[in-house]
Design a protein around this ligand. Sequence first.
Ligand SMILES: [Zn+2]
Length: 249
Amino acid sequence: MKNGTAVGLKGFLAEYGGLNFDNVVFRPRAPFTCSFGLVKRYRVLAGGKLEWGTPGIHFGVDRGASDCTFQGRSNGMFAPFDFYKSGWVADSAPFGTELWLHHAHGFSLRLCHMWPKDCAVIDTATAGAAITRKAFLGTIGANGVADGIHSHVELHSAGFTAGGSCALLDAILREKYYQAPDQEMDIHEVAKVYSECALTKGMPESQMVAAYRELREQKGITFLNRFKCVRRVNGKVVVYYSTEHLFDM
Ligand SMILES: [Zn+2]
């Protein structure tokens, strides 16, 4: 298994079209509707009622419906890379369903909200088998907590380094944004990111700072920068990355 060394990075970039990932096909021309990171979110109130408007973190990237068709499919999702293993979670709250795609370079994609009848690779994923690049995965849905059909895609590290990060994805971030991928933003930078998010524009800095402190101290979430976030749950480390910033997908 490769670990994202310089040679691994070079080969990966050559295969998928350089730092802009021009050869990656996922959801051609579908609009981005909710970005990764700090955004206005639903909050669960006592009794399970949802309230809109709390600042929080979105671990994935959402893309909505599009009227474009690609390879005869409308609102289809295609495998962006070659995956050596897959998985299917049939009943997941709040996501409805989860399709997992595991890459040999140490990262995984989690695609949520598909209706089982619309998943074209359900048998393959249930068996945990490989899925080839550009394969039709299925049509986006609104299963689980969703206000309309869309794709919610999370990019997780598979934990090949001590801190739980993916060496290959860190190497891409370094090349693309000239930024140390493990340097945590200070709280005022976090507030600045919030203030630039479409959904949290105009929110007072004190409210943004309080929201981030709550995420950090009560939920074990460290938002390193606008591309990457670390979450510690019961001694386990999960690192999330932005598919939009890394792969424009
Ligand atoms: Zn989402």
